[in-house]
Design a protein around this ligand. Sequence first.
Ligand code: SF4
Length: 676
Amino acid sequence: MADQLLLGSIADTPSPIPIVQESPQEGYTREMLAVEVAANPALAPYVECFPWHIPRYFRMREAQLKAFRFLSQGHDQVLLEGETGVGKSLIGIVWLSVLRKLHGYKRIFYVVPNLAQAKQIAKRFSDMVFVLEGRESHDCLYYPDQKPAWKANEIPCAILRSCGHRVDQATGKTLEEGAVPCPYYAHKYAAKQYEGIVVTTYAFYLIMRLFKSEKGVWEDHDAVVLDEVHNITPLVRNVLSYDITDWHLERAIEVVEKVDESVSVSLKKFLVVFKKIVSRNKPPFTKIVLEDDEIKKLIKALEAIDTSPLESKKNELEKMASQAEGGREALNEVQNLLFNLWRYIQSLRYAIPKEENDEIKHMALNYVFSYFVSEPIPEEEYGGRGPKVINRLTIQSHHVRPLIRKKVLLSRTLAMSATIGDRTVFGYISGIDFPQYLFLESGFPAENTRIYMPSDTPSLAYSVRSDREPAKSLESIVKECKLFNAEGIRVLVLVGSHQELDKFLFYSSPDKENLDVITYSRGRSSNSPRSDAMLGTMPKTPKEAVELFRGGKGMVLLGTEQNFSEGIDLPDGLAQVVITLRPGYPDPNSPESKFENRKFGKNGAFAIHQWLVKIRIKQARGRTERDGKIKSVTICYDQRFKGLVYYALPEKLRTSYISGKTFADCCLDARAFLKK
Ligand code: SF4
């Protein structure tokens, strides 16, 4: 049997190890691997640590065996690209278990983008992992009369220093003898005692690696699996980005002026500079990238804030924070300000290019943009905090490559994703350029899928599309959805914006095509009574919409590419068709695009955006397929997909790529294919 490993550095090296000859569709039993293990003892711990005891893993799949053969060669840092369905999470769990077995490692982590994914891992490997959750998952016990209890991230925990529930992270004892342990600190302590694999989110892992306040969980870390690693750059950027609003500043000032006048005076001065820079001579509702001079003024005003007098006022602050009514929320703002002040200054400094006479020269690594509204903003904005924010400043971290290399990667790291794509681009933006690379093909049969690129659809680029677009295109997609639905075929439709989503609903309404659509409202309203009537009946969040659809409700699941191209699975025929309207290129006028054009040049920025679009195409395709037993199709609508889709496909699926047919014919062909 030809070994199909695509190994970065040893691709053509013939294996000296006898390889099992059988390749059963369902994989290998332990007994079937005995011969290979005898010849290759390095593989033995992988076979031993394989979770044979979990019914769904009663056999080792071909792709998993290939991964273990590779990992057993002792590579410390590996980039693994495995198609949907190869069982990557199991590979990661087994790899960590082997390291623990061989080296006695106790501080081993499996990192995922969000808590829902962490819980999925825990569900599959319940006796092998511990899910480490952040403050937002735990009730705070400090305010016993508060019902429902506030979460540990909603209270000024650092100011409430004498809270008796606090659990000492070295001893596990509460500060006050006999007190009920704080759920958050008790959980952290339990994670520290756990000797297996700790599963957590990128955000928590990064906070733990970067910030002193959380470092106490572990002194150091031994090995890490980074799952869905194609997302690492935006995830790290988000953790290191900050929003400052006048509403929050004013709340903090209200408290501070009660305890120290000098600090409140400097905060008020900063507030004046802040408001002037954010809103003077700037249009409302528009994100404006700040000029270097404006950033320098902000830094100067922030540097003038000396919070040290508050050190001696901690008892007063704690007393105020202990009053549930009014104290808790305002003190939380003070706490954030105290902790983040130096981070604001640091991040702002990195938003200015280093100049000729600076010791270290570099271009700006972050960017700063402001945004203000001149009227109350919708309740749902800003995390449901209501119409309070008028001026907002965002310090957006961007160049995180060195930080990922220094703080996220460990000497033993397995970075995994279904969609790495161009490794040069990925390595450039993420800093993950391990020489050891492994590609795993799924057993997905090419004959069970089709990918269509219609010939007669328009380009929906702002610069070239007609005034009737994208409405006209959305109307024709609605009509085709109706034909799919008539044959009992459910469809996932991915659009690029909420305006497009509203337009799709308009054409789907009962007095138009009358489609059975499920989407999410987020409490929004559109400009159309027809769309509003439909939005009013929809669940609020994308997650709720997916759950309803998975439960059998609706024939079309509709969402933006941003919300739906990742993190949802609709395999086993839950949806057999994905129609994706247009590639998700960033808005050329957004602060991010402007910054990237300046930093990477137009060609460099374009290469990064192309990479991102290809990743999203692959992710969108992966939503409907798992093991390939049920047929599925993907239709890429916009002409800008041409030239991207084909090259985004794994080689064996390129035979499933169909172009040269009209959109209507593609859909007709898809219906015939799915019905066969
Ligand atoms: S330590 Fe005390 S104040 Fe902090 S989250 Fe726990 S119970 Fe609340």
